[in-house]
Design a protein around this ligand. Structure first.
Ligand SMILES: Nc1nc2c(ncn2[C@@H]2O[C@H](COP(=O)(O)OP(=O)(O)OP(=O)(O)O)[C@@H](O)[C@H]2O)c(=O)[nH]1
Ligand SMILES: [Mg+2]
Length: 363
């Protein structure tokens, strides 16, 4: 097993692969290394080129993914395909300065950092000729994510070395989608990570095309939301909310049947509400709390407490939405806020009164 694996995500990078392999060979001479190039299928022959190189040089490996894409997941799978104690992630397009790799590795080895980041924004670093709008977006995102990242100057960097024991510690908590694997790992560490940074000058792309567009920004916010709310709201909440969504279907179905049959709206609405609450209770008991399911006589008590909690939730929903609406918020914001706050109320009260206090769950 080599001591150091350099994981390189590559999508449509055929023109850059030969120069990349030569550059790694030069930069890492004297080290015990391998490179894992994670090629997502694009029918452009990148994987054939990597495989041909691998047949000549056992330090080169190709991880070819078909029918899948995504920068973060490519990096994660590449890292997990290695058993080396130190891992690097680096782009295939030669923008990252490979001569920094031995220094990054050395910093991880001798200073015990979990992650050593190659930074464009600390003294001595630069973004090269990155288009000015990209610099602006990158800086803005960096400022936002510094909150999560303990003052790193470049939390959006795609160039770093990570200790494998650290990766193993956080890997199950990763968001795993999107483009920002470094930020994802640091957020998943929940403060338990030691970080170091070294400066480098980023080069501009000479060959091949850029793959990252506007989606990067949307994915960035999804990542932040996942880590911030995932921490405050346990995984069970999302199951609870999904069950609540099925309740809307039950409600409308029963309302339709009853109203068609009886013609009395108020009675139909009341029965539909009762039916939706009852089906929510049994679904939550089976799915959301499947591991601590109520059974026998406890079901009756649980059901009654569920009705009580959700009844109060409905009152809160109405009162809050009405107050927001009167204070001239658009009707849908008022309605949505009422429903959201009621969902949180329902979740936390039933978690302690109906299912006995456990909100901790699998994420
Ligand atoms: N395996 C894999 N690699 C990807 C994917 N998307 C991007 N990459 C690679 O990730 C690295 C970074 O992508 P780039 O398009 O260079 O992004 P960028 O460096 O922000 O953009 P430029 O400055 O225009 O080069 C490159 O090595 C890409 O080949 C993907 O879906 N799968
Ligand atoms: Mg690039």
């Amino acid at each position: 097993m080599p001591e150091f694996s350099v994981v390189v995500p590559a999508y449509r990078e055929r023109e850059n692969v030969p120069a990349l392999l030569r550059a790694l060979d030069r930069a890492l001479s004297g080290l015990d290394w391998e490179t894992i190039i994670v090629v997502d299928d694009a029918l452009d022959g990148t994987e054939e080129l990597v495989r041909a190189a691998a047949q000549q040089d056992r330090r080169v490996r190709c991880l070819h993914r078909i029918g899948r894409q995504g920068l973060a997941s490519a990096c994660i799978e590449g890292m997990l395909a290695s058993s080396a104690p130190y891992l690097a992630v680096m782009d295939a397009d030669l923008q990252h300065d490979e001569t920094l790799l031995p220094k990054l590795l050395d910093a991880a080895r001798s200073h015990g950092a979990d992650i050593v980041v190659a930074s464009r924004y600390m003294p001595g670093g630069s973004t090269g000729e990155l288009a000015s709008d990209r610099v602006w977006i990158s800086r803005l995102a960096s400022t936002l994510s510094r909150v999560l990242c303990q003052g790193l100057t470049d939390p959006m960097s795609g160039f770093f070395v990570v200790r494998r024991t650290f990766l193993e510690r956080v890997v199950r908590r990763l968001y795993g989608r999107g483009f920002k694997i470094l930020l994802d790992m640091i957020a998943a560490a929940r403060g338990e990570v030691s970080l170091q940074e070294l400066p480098y000058r980023m080069r501009s792309r000479e060959r091949g095309e850029s793959k990252l567009g506007a989606r990067v920004v949307a994915e960035f916010f999804m990542l932040i939301l996942y880590h911030v709310f995932g921490r405050m709201l346990p995984g069970r909440f999302f199951l609870f909310a999904a069950v609540g969504t099925t309740g809307i279907g039950v409600h409308l179905g029963v309302l339709w049947l009853m109203f068609a049959g009886s013609g009395n709206f108020l009675v139909s609405q009341a029965v539909a509400t009762w039916a939706a609450m009852t089906s929510n209770f049994f679904l939550n008991n089976a799915v959301t709390y499947g591991d601590q399911r109520l059974s026998g006589r406890k079901i009756v008590r649980g059901l009654l407490s569920f009705y009580a909690a959700c009844g109060i939730g409905a009152l809160i929903n109405l009162a809050l939405a009405d107050w927001l609406f009167i204070n001239s918020l658009p009707y849908w914001i008022a309605g949505l806020t009422g429903a959201l706050v009621a969902a949180l109320w329902n979740f936390f009260t039933t978690a302690s009164f109906t299912w006995g206090g456990s909100t901790a769950g699998k994420r």
